[in-house]
Design a protein around this ligand. Structure first.
Ligand SMILES: [Mg+2]
Length: 198
């Protein structure tokens, strides 16, 4: 089994939100070992061409973010922004490679923050390009649900207490942080109960 955490940076919040950055972090969820990572940036012109929608609130939100995070995103798009189709091809190569190593696509679990965000919006982006996602729809899981469960247990590792590496709102750094956290909760639960959550 391999667990792949997705984080998106977008210029919108709707179901057809324009995606400009995709971070993927593959982890062994029982050891916390990072197995592979991919980050790709999509040029907004290409995202727009395929029907990705910007919204004013999200643009204002980005304008209010820390200048380091904001400048990093802009630099990444300017220096390595790709076409949406090119990014889809690279994500497929990445996930298909992980699936082969894990013994089949049924052994790939996907994670996003919330049921309506990362997995759903990336799937919608694929749909706008007329391409199927390389994972099974039933393999999607939610980081936020794990966080809520841990919040309800006094001794469980808390999301807010975890040290943060990298840049907040950098797609790859956010995906790695989420992978680390869920793996930490998984190991904590196993230590307490001898049962693996995941
Ligand atoms: Mg993020």
């Amino acid at each position: 089994m391999i667990d792949v955490f997705i984080d998106l940076e977008t210029f919108g919040k709707g179901s057809d939100a324009m995606i400009v950055s995709v971070g993927l972090c593959a982890v062994d969820i029982r050891t916390g070992d990072m197995k592979a990572a991919l980050v790709r940036h999509i040029h907004p012109k290409s995202a727009e061409h395929f029907g990705g929608k910007m919204d004013g609130d999200t643009v204002m939100w980005w304008m209010g973010q820390d200048s380091h995070a904001r400048n990093k995103l802009i630099d990444n798009i300017k220096t390595s922004g790709m076409s949406q189709g090119g990014v889809i091809g690279e994500i497929n190569t990445f996930i298909n490679g992980l699936a082969r190593e894990a013994g089949g696509v049924e052994n790939v679990r996907m994670w996003g923050m919330g049921p309506s965000f990362d997995c759903a919006k990336l799937t919608a982006m694929y749909t706008r390009s007329g391409v199927d996602v390389p994972w099974k729809y039933w393999a999607e899981n939610c980081v936020r649900t794990v966080r809520r469960i841990a919040d309800n247990h006094e001794r469980a590792p808390k999301w807010d207490a975890q040290p943060r590496a990298g840049t907040h709102h950098d797609a790859l750094d956010d995906a790695a942080h989420q992978a680390n956290y869920v793996s930490l909760v998984n190991r904590w639960f196993h230590q307490e109960t001898d049962i693996w959550l995941f």
